[in-house]
Write a protein that binds this ligand. Structure first.
Ligand SMILES: [Zn+2]
Length: 178
């Protein structure tokens, strides 16, 4: 959307406007920064490393959104540990809370896969159960033996599209800054 806006601007103002293009170029950086989501896993107890690993999986899997660890209370995503079943509550695309429930890890489920799966919900992914281990969003339905923390091609493409749309729509911008 930004490129399109710049293109329109160039067309509208012509050569004279080229000098002024430095200002819109700076706002492009703002749009990119808006796709950075912070997560606060300081309440994730023994799951902190698994949450970081799950976030790293997404960072290496998609380009349109980046997860960055923070200790700020105003993080986009809050990750905590409790004794229930792992879950995520999304308040909007890219925002919400993840519970790294001990019930699943006590049964033997892989904590990094759990973290990546729950973060997947925050990134707009639905559950896809039952499903194979190659699917991240198949979650626990893939069985205790499944340790795959990576989204498959479809899951990656959908998250890329979600955050591409976010940029195009612009309505999420305010919520994603910082
Ligand atoms: Zn799920």
């Amino acid at each position: 959307m930004f490129r399109k806006t710049v293109g329109a601007l160039v067309a509208a103002v012509g050569v004279v406007g080229l000098v002024g293009l430095q200002a819109p170029a700076a706002s492009a950086d703002v749009v990119v920064a808006a796709r950075t989501l912070t997560y606060n896993a300081s309440g994730a107890a023994e799951f902190k490393a698994a949450v970081d690993a799950g976030a790293a999986v997404w960072n290496s899997s998609v380009a349109n959104v980046k997860l960055v660890s923070t200790t700020s209370s105003s993080a986009n995503i809050r990750v905590v540990a409790d004794n229930g079943w792992p879950r995520a509550q999304t308040t909007s695309l890219g925002n919400g809370t993840v519970w790294m429930g001990r019930e699943a890890t006590n049964e033997g489920y892989n904590p990094t896969r759990i973290a990546a799966h729950e973060l997947g919900h925050i990134l707009g992914q639905p559950d896809r159960k039952p499903g194979p281990c190659t699917s991240l969003m198949s979650g626990s339905s893939a069985g205790i033996g499944c340790t795959n923390p990576n989204p498959n091609a479809r899951e990656k493409a959908e998250v890329e599209a979600a955050f591409r749309t976010l940029k195009a729509a612009g309505v999420w911008r305010g919520e994603f800054v910082d």
